[in-house]
Design a binder for this molecule. Sequence first.
Ligand SMILES: Nc1ncnc2c1ncn2[C@@H]1O[C@H](COP(=O)(O)OP(=O)(O)OP(=O)(O)O)[C@@H](O)[C@H]1O
Ligand SMILES: [Mg+2]
Length: 419
Amino acid sequence: MATVAASETTALFAALRSGADALCRLAEEGRLSEEGARALADEVASAFGLDGDVVRAELCSRTLGDARMPALPPRLAVETVVRLLAALAPVRGASLWASGGDCLSAAGRTSAEARSLATAALAGRAGHGDVMTAPVRSWGRTAAVLVLEAPPSAHPLCRDLAAEAAGSVALALEREALLDRNRQRERSLVEASERRLARLAFDIHDGPIQIVAALGLELRLLGDDGSDAPGRDRALRGLHERLAALEAELRELTQTLEPTSIARRPLDASLAGQAEAFGRQHGITVAVETAGDLEGLTPSQRIALVRVVHEALTNARDHGGATDVRVAVRGDRRGVTARVTDNGGGFDVATALAAAARKGRLGLVGMSERVRLLGGRLEVESRPGGPTTIEAYLERWSPPAAAAASTAASAGRPVPVTA
Ligand SMILES: Nc1ncnc2c1ncn2[C@@H]1O[C@H](COP(=O)(O)OP(=O)(O)OP(=O)(O)O)[C@@H](O)[C@H]1O
Ligand SMILES: [Mg+2]
């Protein structure tokens, strides 16, 4: 830019700014073409009588640095970066290669040897004179490599552009990986809730619906019954008992299925209620032992632990044929551990997980996902013959405001009160 007279500098910068703005808009609309970008840069260069290569490189750099670039959908961002390089850097062609050797994007006249050059660069070997490579570093590792095909004389101009471009590509790849992970999590959570709903339907079918059917039958018999008053009294008492059983059954269902009730109760009370109901319903001994400090857990943590224990109990009954299950929960200053051990037949964990993934089973996966979403970990220990132990660990967590309040309070300073 040194060849521009001072009076023209402002006009030149304005032209470059509006050029970068136009290129970003075209990129957002998916209409950015190499010819268009080059024509725009050449127009600016000839209007100011400047060297084309320098103006193109400047326009490329400004467009790569525009605040709208990181907001493009990741794939479009990657394509735009490669296209901008091919159009505006002094190169014949530009391409981007993933660490596995796949071409993520290519533009301009890329040579047949681009792939082997990229592979060599990924393996840490240098390219030859007509090629420049730039690693794309993401989360501490080389995730991809940019290959710019240009004569050695153009390398100094290319180097800064390649570094800027590699930064933009790294951001786009990281965003894509995060979006991908979110999509997977969402999918497994949706599937897990669908299975839970299906399970709710089975629970309602096998429990309350059976009781209601029996009640209907008894009422009909009572209507047809020509027996005396004491006989009818006895029958009515029976009906009352069944109604009470129905109410209890429905309460149990809501207790295990409605998260708000778990969220409101202390963890030990929820676990004890669940164990008692489960044991009574299925004729299994379920012992709950709690120790240490279980106060101060968040509602999400309590819900996750109750759900994990419930799934472990269900699996112990359905798959292990267990008759005795121990639930041990211990809390300390750092976190809380819930361990469920059953005396059932056990299983080979790796094989069962692979089979469960094939069949779309979500019990163990759902448990682990719940705990992982809260930053904890889940371990499954079992072998054919048993026993089986499921252990969930969640770290204590306090909201930043509470943490700041306790730090400030212990330092004797005033605590800001926020709504
Ligand atoms: N406590 C256990 N005892 C014996 N086998 C178990 C136990 N827990 C899990 N398994 C085995 O692991 C497999 C996967 O369990 P998971 O809970 O993921 O799925 P599922 O119970 O089969 O189906 P879902 O929970 O989705 O209804 C089970 O099918 C079973 O073979
Ligand atoms: Mg299961």
